[in-house]
Design a binder for this molecule. Sequence first.
Ligand code: TXA
Ligand code: MG
Length: 351
Amino acid sequence: DNDVENAVEKLQSCTQIVDAARFLRENAAVAFPTETVYGLGANALSNDAVEKIFAAKGRPSDNPLIVHIATKEQLSTVTSDIPAKAEQLMDAFWPGPLTIILPKTDQVASLVTAGLDSVGVRMPDHPVALALIAAAGVPIAAPSANRSGRPSPTTAAHVLADLEGRVAGVVDGGATGVGLESTVIDVTVEPPVVLRPGGITREQLEEVIGPVDLDPSFQAGALETPRAPGMKYTHYAPEGEMWLVDGDEEPVREKMGDMLREAKQHGRKTGVLATTESSDYWQAHPDADVVLSVGSRSDLGEVAHQLYAVLRDFDHHNAQFIVGETFSREGLGMAVMNRLEKAAGGRIQHA
Ligand code: TXA
Ligand code: MG
């Protein structure tokens, strides 16, 4: 709406944005905030520029990047065809945490799409991101601004911890909102398929375009190879060995307690990923060294918002063995559980 447009226009003349936009036009890599996580951006039309993203992150080159746009006018630069369902999704969820896979144009640098003939596109819902992309005047390829494998950054400090000295700059826009990456949906197939769960839930998508499939790879206990190339890597992981424990409250507490005791016997510093509801219990537990709460079970938005910061915090406390509770997969819980399973490298115990 108008307020947002005015804010974005004002921001475009801020020194930080003007400087960052110039770096982007000169094909350097710059980190910036979005409503999901911080992105590491570069000119999506230049292999030279995009190569700097892969180098800074240590990212495998078979993992394609998302292209960010500020206006719908920029769509024609990156995609040749917009299916009706894509149009409906854009109207409903853009700007916002939804990445739509579309057929790519030749203008998109080949490194962006890792050689695929499709491209992931999204319009972020963050005034700084929109102002920066508009000021740069080109679509901006941007993965999350972390070293490959680490939790995505939700503050500028997280970006610097991973990438200081490896990028031209970071635009600091404070903590991000959603806290988890965008939902990725492929609309080039029928029915459309969610390739990565995120800020927009399956339920929300289905309200707009009817039935959507979920890529089998991120459903509970899946062994399939995911279709979004990035989903196959261990991701979002703290440095300590992390385990999830699934089941009812009492047996879960008992199982987690057993695992913590054994780790302590091996001389390891232990951590518990807890919730508001369980925090007091674990604080009082003799084998739990570091207890960090991700928020209340009754507010998955809060859990999503804090999850990556908490995972990074275990590293600050040098936790070597971490056990975590699980969450329901309803709504945003699908994305939360997907990221937790990756952080744990698939290590799950059933209590
Ligand atoms: O919220 C977000 O999406 C953040 C912010 C910065 O926008 N970006 C982000 O990018 O999470 P990245 O690169 O960390 O994750 C992109 C995901 C990967 O899993 C990648 O494999 C998938 O999207 N992807 C990108 N292009 C694709 C394509 N053409 N086909 C299938 N999957 C694709
Ligand atoms: Mg990432």
